[in-house]
Design a binder for this molecule. Structure first.
Ligand code: FES
Ligand code: FES
Length: 162
């Protein structure tokens, strides 16, 4: 039997009748059409499906959509504000932090989470924070550089009061 869930996604409230077994990642992609969140392993290993749930990075293939009832979700589509890229998105652009791009939405959300928790994260802390996200292409070097770029931008903005 379907259940009604209300979830705010990227600032917009959505209510839908869904099957209780529906995973959050499939709710986002198939019900809302937000296909920026990718599905890789569906077993909590790769991190391609990472989104923010009430401000915490989570793997959306490990959560039922009904568990997010009443919560706020931010996906890769919701990170840019007013047409301005999130600093981590800009970092991936500037530092060439991707090749095929499959891991990229999850990497960017995870990177944003690392800097939310610690805007002065070291290379080691960034690498540790990204351990739950796998990339088969890049060797991670440019991904770490992208998050470092974002940290620099965030800290410069904070210092100048922007
Ligand atoms: S698809 Fe969710 S961790 Fe791989
Ligand atoms: S860029 Fe291809 S998996 Fe990361």
């Amino acid at each position: 039997m379907n259940k009604a869930v209300s979830i705010k996604v990227n600032g917009t409230a959505h209510t839908a009748e869904i099957e209780p077994r529906l995973l959050l990642v499939h709710y986002l992609r198939d019900v809302l059409g937000l296909t920026g969140t990718h599905v890789g392993c569906e077993t909590s290993i790769c991190g391609a499906c990472t989104v923010m749930l009430d401000g915490q990075a989570v793997k959306s293939c490990t959560i039922l959509a009904i568990q997010a009832d009443g919560s706020s979700v931010t996906t890769i589509e919701g990170l840019a504000a007013n047409g301005v890229l999130h600093p981590v998105q800009e970092g991936f652009w500037e530092k060439h932090g991707l090749q095929c791009g499959y891991c990229t939405p999850g990497m960017i959300v995870a990177g944003a989470q690392i800097l939310l928790r610690n805007p002065h994260a070291s290379d080691d802390e960034i690498r540790h924070g990204l351990e739950g996200n796998l990339c088969r292409c890049t060797g991670y070097q440019n991904i770490v550089a992208a998050v470092k770029y974002a940290a620099g931008k965030i800290n410069t903005q904070a210092a100048s009061g922007d």
